[in-house]
Write a protein that binds this ligand. Structure first.
Ligand code: ACM
Length: 269
């Protein structure tokens, strides 16, 4: 199957314009699965929760899911994209999965980064895997990369490909995702954004380098740091389903969870 990323610079607060850009970048693209960046229709650097709230949308009724569903239908593809979810008085940094038949699922970011903790509520739905036909996908968002439990839980749930919308500002994630793939034998698509946002006296520069990684840790495609780019590669899904490392070792079967208790003890914060 073919999987791809779209890397671009969303313009803050300009949902319609960003959806138009996404449509243009998707035009003519042949892929079964396409991943877009975190908060790809709105931008990232909010100055208040109210601002994020005004740009948030109900899922699936809102404009962004409707537009993405239309694009998925036209391209005959599944799309994973980051967006703000407004659910009553709750606000989530979310990712949606849509397919040719429309909306499928939402993931709410579990590990919020920096001031996201002021604008968004932490995810409250856990991690899930969705069978889209050619593969099973799991969604995680940006900073989730630093918590290896995220990718592990998705691998244990049967994910073949980690779909990873991102707005990365630190330089480590792209290399770390190689390890996430190796240690779980899953493929990953990290769709990062480019450009800078300067708002409320703050400035962020996003690091680009969106990438597709195979289940053996091979970097199949990595974008540049500053250019809008679309990357598509063939992913061999069977590689994610074979967890045998050698005749003696099985990646998931060799785990010793009875010794990992401290990993799952809830900590008060
Ligand atoms: C991030 O989680 N957007 C760094």
């Amino acid at each position: 199957m073919k999987a791809g990323f779209i890397q671009f610079a969303p313009v803050f607060g300009e949902t319609e314009r960003n959806l138009l850009t996404i449509g243009l970048l998707l035009d003519g693209l042949e892929a079964d699965l396409i991943v877009l960046p975190e908060l790809c229709a709105t931008g990232y650097l909010f100055t208040s929760r109210r601002e994020a709230e005004l740009l948030g949308e109900e899922i699936p009724a809102g404009r962004t899911v409707q537009a993405l569903s239309g694009l998925a239908g036209r391209r005959g593809a599944h799309i994973v994209a980051g967006m703000i979810e407004r659910a009553g008085d709750r606000l989530y940094n979310a990712a949606v999965l849509v397919g040719p038949g429309g909306y499928i699922a939402t993931y709410r970011k579990l590990h919020l980064f920096l001031e996201e903790t002021l604008w968004f509520d932490p995810g409250d739905r856990g991690l899930a895997v969705h069978d889209i036909g050619p593969c099973r996908v799991g969604m995680m968002i940006c900073f989730d990369w630093l918590f290896p439990e995220t990718a592990r839980v998705l691998a244990l749930a049967g994910a073949d490909i980690l779909c990873h919308p991102a707005n990365l500002v630190l330089p480590f994630c792209q290399d770390a995702m190689v390890t996430r793939c190796l240690e779980n034998r899953v493929a990953a698509v990290t769709a990062n954004r480019i450009g800078t946002e300067a708002r409320g006296g703050k400035e962020l520069r996003f690091t680009g380098k969106s990438q597709l990684i195979g289940a053996d840790g091979t970097i199949l495609r990595r974008a540049g740091e500053t250019s809008a780019e679309v990357g598509v590669v063939e992913i061999e899904v069977g590689r994610s389903r074979d967890k045998a490392l050698n005749p003696y070792n099985d990646l998931l079967g060799d785990r010793r969870p009875q010794w990992y208790g401290s990993l799952v003890k809830a900590q008060e914060r």
